[in-house]
Design a protein around this ligand. Structure first.
Ligand SMILES: Cc1cc2nc3c(=O)[nH]c(=O)nc-3n(C[C@H](O)[C@H](O)[C@H](O)COP(=O)(O)O)c2cc1C
Length: 380
C-alpha cells in the first residue's frame, strides 16, 4: 500500500487546548497490560512511547490507565494513575516523549461493568446491576461472562468524579500535557450512556440528558481541578468492547444531546471512535459520521477522529472536508510506528492488520498473545 501524496493539512500544526500539535497525527490509546502488577509503568513503557514520538506523532495518547485504588482497575497489569508511585514512574515516559518533541496525553479509565482484573477491590461497579454483554477478553487474562456490577449510589458518583479529577492532577504532576477521559467503549462513563446498561430512575438514567450527566460532571470536575492551561479531552463511541456494534437508539437526536452537553463542560476536545471514522453513524438517517456530528454539535471543541484511518489519503479526506482537526491512528501505527514520517515521505505503509503489528507487544508482555483475537478486537 503506497501513499504517494501527503496532506498539507496533516502536517500543519493545530492547537489542542494548551498543546501545540506539530501536525495532526496522534497515537490512538492502546492498552498494553505490561505495567507492573501495582500499575507502575516501566522503562520499557518509556521506550515504547518514545518510538512513536520519534516517528513523528504529534501527540501520544497512552493506554487507558486506572484512576483510583478502588473499582476503576480493569485489567491485571494495567497502567495506573492512582498513586504517587504511578506518578514517579510515568515521569520517565513523559521525559522520553518530550525528548522527541511529542506531547503526551494520559487516558484515564474507570472500568465500570467491564472490569476483569483488579488487585485493589472485589467486584465491579456500574450504573445498574446489569451485566455487560459478551465475554471478558481472553487476551487480557479474562474468561467467562462479565460480573454483575453493583449499582453506584449518588454518593458513590461524587467519589468517581473526585477520583477522575485527582487522577488528572496526578497526570499533570507527572509531566503530561493533557488527559483524555475515557468516555467510550463500554467502560463506566459509556455504561451510563448506554440505555440497556443504565436502568436508573434518578437524574443519571432515562433520557439521554440524564445518561450523559455523569460524563458532563466528570469533565467539569477535571477541568476545575487542573485549571485552564492543561488539555482535557474525552473519548466517545457507540460500540463497546462487550458490544462492538451498539448504536445509540435515539440516533442523531441523541448524538446532538450528548455532544451539546459535553461542549459546555470545559473540555478542549472530543475524540470519536467508530470502526470506520468516516462511515455514517446512523445510516438510516443521514450520511454524517460520528466525528462530523461531534463537530456540528460541539463546534467550540477540537475533534479527533479515529477508526480505520490507515493511509495518508484517508487522514487527508477527514481533515480537508472539515470533519476533524486531527486523526488518531491505532493498528496502522502499531504496524508503522513512524506512520507520520512515512506518510510525509510517501513511503510504504504496512497494512494495519499485519501480525507484525503485534510482535513487539507480545514480547513486551512476556506471554503468548493470540494475535487473531487481538486483531479482531478493533475496539477496546
Ligand atoms: C491492542 C489494542 C488496545 C487498545 N486499547 C485501547 C485503550 O486502552 N483505550 C481506548 O480508548 N481504545 C483502545 N483501543 C482502541 C484503539 O484506540 C482504536 O480506537 C481502535 O484500534 C480503532 O482504531 P484503528 O482502526 O486505527 O486501529 C485499543 C485497540 C487495540 C488494537
Amino acid at each position: 500500500m503506497n501513499t504517494p501524496n501527503t496532506s498539507p493539512l496533516l502536517f500543519q500544526p493545530h492547537r489542542l487546548g494548551s498543546i501545540e500539535l506539530r501536525n495532526r497525527a496522534v497515537l490512538s490509546p492502546m492498552t498494553r497490560v505490561s505495567a507492573n502488577s501495582d500499575g507502575t509503568v516501566t522503562s520499557q513503557t518509556a521506550e515504547y512511547y518514545r518510538i512513536f514520538a520519534a516517528g513523528g506523532f504529534a501527540a501520544v495518547i497512552t493506554e487507558g490507565s486506572f484512576i483510583d485504588t478502588a473499582h476503576s482497575q480493569t485489567y491485571l497489569h494495567q497502567a495506573g494513575m492512582a498513586t504517587a508511585e504511578h506518578v514517579a514512574a510515568w515521569r520517565q515516559v513523559t521525559d522520553a516523549v518530550h525528548s522527541e518533541g511529542g506531547a503526551l496525553i494520559a487516558q484515564l479509565q474507570h472500568s465500570g461493568p467491564q472490569g476483569q482484573g483488579n488487585v485493589h477491590a472485589e467486584g465491579v461497579h456500574g450504573p445498574s446491576a446489569v451485566r455487560a454483554r459478551g465475554e471478558q477478553l481472553a487476551m487480557y487474562r479474562g474468561h467467562g461472562p462479565y460480573p454483575i456490577p453493583a449499582a453506584l449510589s449518588v454518593q458513590d458518583l461524587a467519589k468517581v468524579r473526585d477520583a477522575f479529577a485527582a487522577s488528572a492532577l496526578r497526570a499533570r504532576e507527572a509531566g503530561f500535557d493533557g488527559v483524555e477521559i475515557h468516555g467510550a467503549n463500554g467502560y463506566l462513563l459509556d455504561a451510563f450512556l448506554t440505555d440497556y446498561l443504565n436502568r436508573r430512575t434518578d437524574g443519571y438514567g432515562g433520557s439521554p440528558e440524564n445518561r450523559v450527566r455523569l460524563a458532563v460532571e466528570v469533565a467539569a470536575a477535571v477541568r476545575q481541578e487542573v485549571g485552564p492551561d492543561f488539555t482535557v479531552g474525552m473519548r466517545i463511541s457507540q460500540g463497546k468492547v462487550s458490544d462492538l456494534f451498539h448504536k445509540w437508539s435515539g440516533g442523531v437526536v441523541e448524538a446532538a444531546t450528548i455532544f451539546t452537553a459535553l461542549a459546555d463542560t470545559g473540555l478542549d476536545y472530543l475524540h470519536t471512535t467508530e470502526y470506520i471514522a468516516s462511515a455514517p453513524a446512523f445510516p438510516e438517517e443521514d450520511s454524517r459520521s460520528l466525528a462530523r456530528l461531534a463537530r456540528e454539535y460541539a463546534p467550540n471543541l477540537s475533534i479527533i477522529a479515529n477508526g480505520s484511518i490507515d493511509t495518508g489519503h484517508q487522514a487527508q479526506d477527514l481533515l480537508h472536508n472539515g470533519t476533524a482537526d486531527a486523526v488518531a491512528i491505532g493498528k496502522a501505527a502499531l504496524a508503522n510506528r513512524d506512520w507520520p514520517l512515512r506518510v510525509a515521505r510517501g513511503q510504504h505503509i504496512e497494512p494495519a492488520f499485519s501480525p507484525r503489528a503485534f510482535g513487539d507487544l507480545a514480547t513486551v508482555q512476556g506471554w503468548e498473545l493470540d494475535a487473531t483475537s487481538l486483531i479482531n478486537s478493533a475496539v477496546n
